[in-house]
Design a protein around this ligand. Structure first.
Ligand code: G3P
Ligand code: CA
Length: 268
């Protein structure tokens, strides 16, 4: 057998469908999650924010404009911030037509609806707390909702859930609130900072252009708070050549709008 490389395990990296299979269906909708399922992907990534009346919803941008018809339905509500609309108002939006007429009428899911959907399909969730600095207490609220939907039991904690954020304080808070939850930090801290990140995050999740073999090796040399080797999940990899490059660098996961393209390139 060929000798094992430093950082590369024998396994292919896990492929995660970014915002669902968002190259094929409107991002962060149940249709995008179902599309990922149909393509054979269990891991999906989403983004969670909070409405004016305190409901958690699945939405990437902090405004509704790009991925819904909010501007035409609510013309006087500029700048159409998620946090300025109630859950009921958001439930009236069309989150599919911007992508294609085939998805007209697709809704912005609440986190509850989203979790129920992926519980049924048996999928796994890389949940991003998006702009948590805008939503004080969102970490505890998200954990409460995950718990009430059965997502904090031992099988989910072991292999079906990661909570990540670009906001290190939010990742730390999530870890402090529930030390059994696997966490990820979105970014690429310096190698000299990795020991302090290892106190509260199990994954370091950098943009693909910053991934090198040495960096992955430095992350892998550390254990995260769950006591396991820290992992690297990189984003957003949408072409075969980049997928092969980050695979060679030894990443554990690849987050993609076109997960089938990544799978074809890496076997993951
Ligand atoms: O999961 C990684 C990726 O989602 C982070 O960037 O902007 O797509 O949320 P963004
Ligand atoms: Ca995201």
């Amino acid at each position: 057998a060929a000798p094992r490389q430093d950082t590369k395990s024998n396994k292919s990296p896990v492929t995660v469908a970014h915002r669902g299979a968002s190259g094929y269906a409107p991002e962060n909708t149940l249709a995008a999650v179902s599309k990922a399922d149909k393509l054979g992907f269990d891991w999906v990534e989403n983004d969670v924010q909070r409405t004016k009346d305190g409901e958690l919803v699945v939405m990437h941008d902090t405004t509704l404009s790009r991925t819904t018809n909010a501007e035409s339905l609510y013309p006087k509500r500029s700048p159409w911030k998620v946090s300025d609309f109630t859950a009921k108002e958001i439930s009236r939006l069309d989150a599919g037509s911007w992508f294609s007429d085939d998805y007209a009428g697709e809704k912005v899911p609440t986190l509850e609806q989203y979790l129920r959907h992926i519980t049924k399909s048996g999928q796994k969730l890389l949940l991003e707390l998006k702009a948590p600095e805008l939503y004080p207490g969102v970490e505890a609220q998200t954990l409460r909702e995950l718990r009430s939907e059965g997502w904090l039991d031992s099988s989910h904690l072991k292999s079906k859930l990661v909570i990540q954020s670009f906001n290190a304080n939010s990742v730390r808070t999530t870890h402090v609130l529930n030390s059994g939850v696997k966490t990820g930090f979105l970014g690429n801290p310096k190698v000299s900072e990795l020991d302090s990140y290892a106190q509260f995050t199990d994954q370091i999740n950098p943009t693909h252009s910053t991934v090198t073999k040495d960096y992955v090796k430095a992350v892998h040399a550390r254990k995260g708070p769950l006591g396991k080797q820290m992992q690297v999940f990189t984003w957003t990899v949408n072409d075969a050549s980049t997928a092969r490059t980050v695979d060679k660098a030894g990443v554990d996961g690849i987050i993609s709008n076109f997960p089938d393209v990544v799978r074809d390139a890496t076997g993951g």
